[in-house]
Design a protein around this ligand. Structure first.
Ligand SMILES: *Cc1c(COP(=O)(O)O)cnc(C)c1O
Length: 421
């Protein structure tokens, strides 16, 4: 490998919107993808071939710091040794039974995850959206069978700016036109209130409300942090009105915010945790709904299910993930690196950056819209050897793996400074 190839993201070409040079491996892969892959994403022109920890290497041997971390599915970095070992050992023993039979992996995984969350029961699924769907079904069934709402009348309050996944029911209550439009007819039964507005929430809850579904920090919306005390307010309100508090911690949970769950920042315990992304260790899709027996107990055999949910491979990896979180060291690392990230990014405010929002090792950076869009910023950071993803407009979201080093965070901040100069 030449010096140039080893330099993070080094390229001869300039300009943020260039396409990869024809005849290069990068170009070949990009045009194959353009020919054969449906265009429901618009990936940056980097073709990743291998990865380890917080770093990835492209097909031309260039290395990049992964500051997106699979939207927090890679909290423990790429190919974490103990997670890979758990997966590998399981591949050699048993991968799938279906839930028609027991496996020797599912019980231990669910026990450990329930204990991590301080709850009684786990319902394993695969993707995040499936877990959110499961939480919606849980809340409705609980509403009819426990709370006593007349059948078919249950309502769930959700937040403006929410992101909970891509199924038809979930996009029914998205207020993002790109995610929502032209997928109707839509699933009824949802009320949208402004994120962080306790009074609006209180005014919207009726006797037919069964749940409040929220992200403790809105990731896709641009790492939007609610006003202090809001989560606690939601907790008190839902308790007093006999409504389930359902926290979608798919992106915010499992260490990202410096606590095991983002609700923990305010010492709040929701009735239902919805987990995914990092629960699969970046290896396999693993999601789960975690709650007490008086809530998750509403399911009976046949009333819900999934062929792959809770499969032995997923359970082995999921249990290893829970094992990593049990010591608290990743949460501490997220907190410590997050402090460094925040102070570095704050220095850029007024120098091309309008605002910075941080929680743990997770940041939303609003660029001066006159300077560049978030998309442009991600192209420029790519050239600096840093992978990030824009969200809406001029916002960039930063979420490096929790295994990043202090030097990685410095490099990230330097790269950000460089693209603004
Ligand atoms: C990613 C995400 C989802 C959806 O997860 P998928 O695995 O993509 O279905 C749901 N909620 C939140 C908060 C997310 O970040």
């Amino acid at each position: 490998m030449s010096d140039t190839a080893a330099r993070p993201g080094a390229r001869e070409q300039a300009g943020p919107h260039r396409t990869p040079l024809p005849g290069t491996p990068t170009h070949e892969h990009v045009s194959l993808a353009e020919d054969w892959v449906a265009s429901n994403y618009s990936p940056l022109p980097v073709v990743i071939a291998s990865a380890e920890g917080a770093w990835v290497t492209d097909v031309e041997g260039r290395r990049y710091l992964d500051a997106l971390a699979g939207y927090s599915a890679l909290n423990f970095g790429h190919r974490h040794p103990s997670l890979v070992a758990a997966a590998r050992a399981q591949l050699d023993r048993l991968t799938l039974t279906s839930r028609a039979f027991h496996s020797d992996r599912l019980g231990p995984f669910c026990r450990d995850l329930a204990m991590l969350a301080g709850k009684d029961l786990v319902l394993p699924m695969n993707t995040g959206a499936e877990a959110v769907e499961t939480a919606v079904k849980t809340a409705r069934r609980w509403g009819y069978e426990v709370k006593g709402v007349p059948d078919g009348r249950a309502r769930i309050v959700v937040m403006a700016g929410n992101f909970h996944g891509r199924t038809t029911t979930i996009v029914s209550f998205s207020d993002d036109p790109v995610a929502h439009d032209h997928y109707g007819p839509y699933t009824p039964g949802f009320d949208i209130v402004p994120f962080g507005d306790l009074e609006a929430l209180e005014a919207t809850i009726t006797d037919e409300t069964v749940a409040v579904l929220l992200e403790p920090v809105q990731g896709e919306a641009g790492v939007i942090i609610p006003p202090g005390g809001w989560l606690r307010g939601v907790r008190e309100l839902t308790r007093s009105r006999d409504v389930l508090m359902v926290a979608d911690e798919i992106q915010s949970g499992l260490g990202r915010t410096g606590t095991t769950f983002a609700c923990g920042v305010e010492d709040v315990v929701p009735d239902v945790y919805v987990l995914g992304k990092a629960l699969g260790g970046g290896i396999v899709p693993v999601s789960a709904v975690v709650a007490d027996r008086d809530v998750l107990g509403v399911f009976t055999p046949g009333s819900h299910g999934s062929t792959f949910g809770g499969n032995p491979l997923a359970a082995a990896v999921g249990q290893a993930v829970v094992g990593l979180l049990a010591t608290g060291e990743y949460q501490q690392q997220a907190h410590r690196l997050g402090v460094a990230l925040e102070s570095g990014l704050r220095e850029l405010v007024g120098h091309g950056v309008d605002a910075v929002r941080c929680r743990g090792l997770w940041a939303g950076v609003d660029l001066d819209p006159d300077l560049m869009t978030g998309r442009e910023a991600s192209y420029r950071l790519l050239e600096q050897g840093v992978l990030v993803k824009d969200t809406h407009g001029s916002t960039v979201r930063i979420a490096p793996p929790l295994v990043a080093s202090d030097g990685d965070i410095d490099l990230l901040i330097e790269a950000f400074g460089a693209i603004l100069r």
